[in-house]
Design a protein. Structure first.
Length: 159
């Protein structure tokens, strides 16, 4: 599912953000329903239950479940309850910010980017201490994260 998710996102990004097929348009909903089934059966897919790669991919699919913020919140709660080493802290940070953005709240870690005039727009709570929070979750500094986004999405930096 994660591979299909990423393939769809590459197509959409190459098409300037336009989703052209009904299948692509419904993909996140389809994956969310399957993730709900998996979680109902085994709980959150932790590293010891499914392996590091599959646990990371489960997070990715939930991260893209923006149409169901309550499900994202539920998963975030489950992830936070896991013992250290069972869930990647960076995945908690990314989902925390995604839930906050989807709930019209400021981010804690500055992981979610919206672009305007080739500049990242981020509403971050307590911005002065964001790098400390990011470090605790295994993330690079905010400035490094922004640089990575420019490279990853091939966005030209403003002069």
């Amino acid at each position: 599912m994660a591979e299909v998710d990423q393939e769809m996102r590459r197509r959409v990004n190459a098409n300037q953000g336009i989703i052209e097929s009904e299948e692509d348009d419904n993909l996140d909903k389809k994956h969310t329903e399957r993730m709900k089934e998996i979680i109902k059966q085994i709980g959150w897919p932790t590293i010891s239950k499914v392996g590091a790669k599959a646990s990371d991919k489960a997070w990715l699919l939930v991260q893209h479940a923006d149409h169901d913020v309550e499900f994202q919140k539920s998963c975030l709660s489950m992830m936070k309850q896991e013992i250290q080493g069972e869930v990647l802290p960076k995945n908690i940070a990314y989902l925390e910010d995604r839930v906050r953005i989807n709930s019209n709240q400021p981010q804690l870690y500055g992981t979610q980017f919206r672009w305007k005039d080739n500049k990242p727009l981020q509403n971050i709570e307590d911005r002065e201490n964001v790098d400390e929070r990011r470090k605790e979750m295994g993330l690079k500094t905010l400035a490094e994260g922004i640089e990575e986004m420019y490279r990853a999405y091939n966005i030209e930096k403003p002069k």
